[in-house]
Design a protein around this ligand. Structure first.
Ligand SMILES: C[S@@+](CC[C@H](N)C(=O)[O-])C[C@H]1O[C@@H](n2cnc3c(N)ncnc32)[C@H](O)[C@@H]1O
Length: 200
C-alpha cells in the first residue's frame, strides 16, 4: 500500500472504531500490569485512541504513536482535560522511531504487522528496549497463513518465529486465530496471534 492510499485506509478504519469496546488484549495487559498509578504506557498505532483513553482513565501516562497526520488533533479531542498532562503524542512511522520512553506497559493493537519487514527487527529492538523490569507487552501479529501474507510491505511470522521474538520474556498469553472472516478490504482468511508477555 503506498503511503497516501495507506493514510486514507487507516483514516477510514479509525473513523469506524468509535462504537467498539476497548480491545480485550489491552484490557488483559492492564489487568496484568495493575492500575497505572502514574506509570508510563505506550500505545503503538493508537488509531482512534480508544486504548489510549482507557489507559489514561486507568491512571497511566500514555505515549501514543501513529503515523496519521491528524493523530494529535484526534487524541486531544477525546482526552479529558485533566489527563492532558499525562499524554505525549508522537506522529511518526514505526520505522522512523529510534527511541521510546521507558514503559511498564506497551500495547500495539493491529498495527505492528504494517511495518515493512526490512524495518521490523530494528523497530522490535527499540520497542522491547523500552520495556522495564516487570513490564507487560501486548501485541497482535499476523501469521504466515493470513490472506495478506503475500503483501511484501507487511510482516508475517510463523508461530515459532513469533514466539522467538519474545525470547527472554515470559509469554503469558499466546492465542491463535486462524479462520475466515471479514476485513475493511473484504472477505479474507485471518491468521492472527494475540500475545501478552512480561519482562521478568
Ligand atoms: C488497523 S489500525 C489499528 C488502530 C488501533 N490500534 C486499533 O486497535 O483499532 C492500524 C493503525 O496503525 C497505524 N499505522 C499503520 N502502519 C503504521 C506505521 N508503519 N507506523 C506508524 N503507524 C502505523 C495506522 O495509522 C492506524 O491508525
Amino acid at each position: 500500500m503506498d503511503s497516501l492510499a495507506g493514510t486514507k485506509v487507516w483514516a477510514d478504519y479509525n473513523a469506524a472504531q468509535a462504537t467498539r469496546p476497548v480491545r480485550s488484549l489491552c484490557l488483559d495487559a492492564m489487568a496484568l500490569a495493575g492500575p497505572g498509578g502514574g506509570r508510563q504506557a505506550i500505545d503503538l498505532g493508537c488509531g482512534a485512541g480508544k486504548e489510549t483513553l482507557a489507559l489514561l482513565r486507568d491512571g497511566w501516562r500514555v505515549h501514543a504513536v501513529d503515523s496519521l497526520p491528524d493523530t494529535r488533533d484526534r487524541l486531544l479531542a477525546i482526552v479529558p482535560a485533566d489527563a492532558d498532562g499525562r499524554l505525549s503524542i508522537d506522529v511518526r512511522t514505526f520505522q522512523e522511531l529510534r527511541a521510546l520512553p521507558p514503559a511498564d506497559l506497551i500495547f500495539a493493537g493491529y498495527s505492528l504487522p504494517f511495518i515493512h519487514p526490512d524495518h521490523f527487527g530494528t523497530f522490535w529492538t527499540v520497542m522491547l528496549g523500552a520495556l522495564g523490569p516487570g513490564g507487560v507487552v501486548a501485541v497482535n501479529l499476523f501469521g504466515d497463513r493470513d490472506t495478506w501474507a503475500d503483501v511484501p510491505e507487511w510482516n508475517f511470522h510463523t508461530e515459532d518465529a513469533a514466539r522467538r521474538l519474545f525470547d527472554g520474556l515470559q509469554i503469558l498469553k499466546f492465542e491463535v486465530y486462524d479462520d475466515d472472516g471479514q476485513s475493511f478490504r473484504g472477505p479474507k482468511h485471518w491468521h492472527i496471534y494475540d500475545i501478552v508477555a512480561r519482562r521478568p
